[in-house]
Design a protein around this ligand. Structure first.
Ligand code: NAI
Ligand code: MG
Length: 361
């Protein structure tokens, strides 16, 4: 049977960029004999308009039973007035929570042609290809006790960093599995020098590495030193695995090594399913961009690269993912630009489908 894919285009530019991915999926069927069972459904404001909820139970059920979900973006000014319980973002949050997607993957990839977009020197970032794996469902954002309490004559704000061994084990396994499909190196970041959770993190990651992934090179770094190294010489890394808080900071910083929001893909992975594939949701980092929605200006590359990640990490099609990324690289090297990638006055941007045409060609 063909691998199955649920497409949730969502709102704003979501459907516009997803249309280009659908053409690419069509190309794979026609030219490479790779067929997917594709179904499409509503999420976010689009689902609210049709059903009064940003994600129906039926769509949730479908998402739980496909090999991968590909999402465009949700939200828009039209929905800002809605009650919190039915806001478009809640659709996305429900997907992440019920699929138990504990590993958030944020690649920082810098195509040569766009190296001048970076705030760092060209030779530091050109050709960069690293992956940050952030633990997403535990740690200090969720730990108890939490709250603001009265203590004597002043108030105290409290959050608790808490990680169980099994929570560390599962995200470590995700990182090692990814490394095997990439450069075979994992760098784990914590602050074992000052945090108990960091001590346990380092111990557990080391154990998983030694017992289950002896073929993958493992190193450790304190997260503050890691932040410094990420700006100094990011190409030393392949996969970085870290907790929720440090991952939040490090992945945002790493994203900016590479430039435009319209270029950044992401994925969130959960536990392996019966067929061995991890539960997976792939989506561009950007939102629904209401300021350019409906104008055929959106850059579809972040969404296209999200599909490339699905090819590599859900469908075991690393060579085909390479092919798609190489097509993007070629198009950028040829100077094809959507408006968000323009650098010089007088350049003429291509439309969303113009970019899709170029990648397909
Ligand atoms: P945004 O990412 O939608 O837009 C920020 C800026 O980047 C805008 O100027 C936009 O035109 C530009 N941009 C974003 N993606 C682009 C692309 N593919 N091509 C060209 N330009 C692009 O973030 P913003 O404006 O903060 O949020 C807009 C809406 O999207 C809100 O309703 C927000 O809640 C939602 N949102 C949804 C996310 C998701 O679905 N995962 C993530 C972030 C925001
Ligand atoms: Mg953040």
């Amino acid at each position: 049977t063909n691998p199955s894919l649920l497409i949730l285009p969502g709102d704003g530019i979501g459907p516009e960029v997803m249309a280009e991915v659908r053409r690419i999926i069509g190309w794979y069927g026609e030219k490479r004999g790779m067929h997917f069972d594709v179904s499409e459904d509503l999420v976010g404001g689009a689902a609210y308009d049709a059903h009064g909820t940003p994600l129906t139970d039926a769509t949730m059920e479908k998402a739980q039973n496909v090999d991968a979900v590909l999402l465009g973006a949700v939200g828009g000014p039209k929905y800002d007035v809605l009650d919190f319980s039915v806001k478009p973002e809640r659709g996305l949050l429900r997907l992440r929570k019920e699929m138990d997607l504990f590993a958030n993957l944020r690649p920082a990839q810098c195509f040569d042609a766009l190296a001048d977009f970076s705030s760092l020197k060209r030779d530091v970032v050109a050709g960069l290809d690293i992956m940050i794996v952030r633990e997403l469902t535990s740690g200090i954002y969720f730990g108890e006790p939490r709250g603001i309490i009265q203590e004597g004559n002043e108030r105290v704000g409290i959050n608790t960093q808490r990680y169980t061994e099994s929570e560390i084990e599962r995200v470590a396994r995700s990182a090692f599995e990814l490394a095997r499909r990439r450069g075979n190196k994992v760098c784990s970041m914590e602050k074992a020098n000052v945090m108990e959770s960091g001590v346990l993190w380092r111990e557990v990651v080391t154990k998983i590495g030694e017992t289950e992934y002896p073929d993958v090179e493992l190193s450790h770094m304190y997260a503050d030193a890691g932040a410094m190294q990420l700006c100094r010489w990011p190409k030393q890394f392949d996969v970085i695995v870290t907790d929720n808080l440090f991952g939040d900071l490090l992945s945002d910083a790493a994203a900016m090594l590479t430039g435009s929001l319209g270029m950044l893909p992401s994925a969130s992975l959960g536990a392996p399913m019966a067929n061995g594939r991890p539960k997976a949701l792939y989506e561009p980092v950007h939102g629904s961009a209401p300021d350019i929605a409906g104008q055929a200006k959106a850059n579809p590359i972040a969404c296209i690269l999200s599909f490339a990640m699905a090819l590599r990490y859900s469908f075991d099609q690393g060579a085909e993912a390479d092919r798609l990324e190489a097509a993007v690289e070629t198009v950028l090297a040829d100077g094809v630009r959507t408006a968000d990638l323009m650098q010089n006055e007088g350049e003429t941007p291509v439309s969303t489908s113009g970019m899709g045409d170029a990648v397909l060609a």
